[in-house]
Write a protein that binds this ligand. Structure first.
Ligand SMILES: [Zn+2]
Length: 210
């Protein structure tokens, strides 16, 4: 009886340690050959296409989508020829109406522009989509300016609705027909990336154009 009681915890400890060892070797495997760009999955897993348990779980739970994996893979490939991408934090990507929004860390957008737009063109060519680089965090005004570029924003107001929710009203300079994307696409991207409910108006007309 005494022996049995003694053995049980030892056995548990042993398997726990083994488990730890296994996890550590996986982590080491994942870090091998890793470049400095940060993605939601191990760079090794993305490059090899064989996911470790941790990455597999993220994909199965839906935390990471197929689009995220494809874009992470593309960015890692582009990083080899574009050192400016090495410190980029890639969060995820959204494909809305054939517009690819690549969501990166605060301050990462300029790293995509160092090559005079060549990098963006390369991404557009590889994916066949129009590309927007958006930062996950930071000032709302800057996010909206990046989203609507090159159309200048005249005014941004926050509107509180009776149910306690908020909407962000953006008034754009110029004419609706000059918008680079559809109004619905802007709205969906703002919602996806920053959970912002947008109302879009133009200086020349007070009502929202759909
Ligand atoms: Zn992994």
């Amino acid at each position: 009886m005494r022996v049995k009681l003694h053995l049980a915890p030892v056995k548990f400890k042993w398997s726990y340690e083994n488990n730890l060892k296994e996890q550590t070797s996986r982590i080491l495997l994942c870090q091998e050959g890793e470049l400095r760009m940060n993605t939601p999955l191990c760079n090794f897993c993305i490059k090899s296409g064989i996911l470790c348990q941790k990455c597999q779980d993220k994909v199965e739970s839906g935390e990471i989508t197929e689009t995220d994996v494809q874009i992470a893979k593309l960015l890692l490939k582009l990083e080899e020829k574009n050192p400016s991408l090495q410190n980029v934090n890639f969060h995820n990507a959204y494909d809305v109406d054939n517009i690819l929004a690549i969501v990166v860390g605060q301050g990462d957008l300029p790293k995509f522009l160092t090559s005079g737009g060549k990098l963006i063109r390369d991404i557009q060519e590889s994916t066949g989509k129009k590309v927007r680089i958006l930062e996950k965090k930071g000032e709302v005004r800057k996010f909206l300016e990046d989203l609507f570029a090159p159309v200048p924003i005249t005014t941004i107001n926050k509107i509180w609705l009776p149910d306690g929710s908020t909407e962000t009203r953006v008034i754009l300079a110029g004419q609706p027909r000059r918008l680079p994307l559809k109004v619905s696409t802007f709205k969906e991207l703002a919602k996806d990336v920053r959970s912002i409910t947008l109302r879009i108006a133009f200086e020349t007309q007070e009502d929202e154009s759909e």
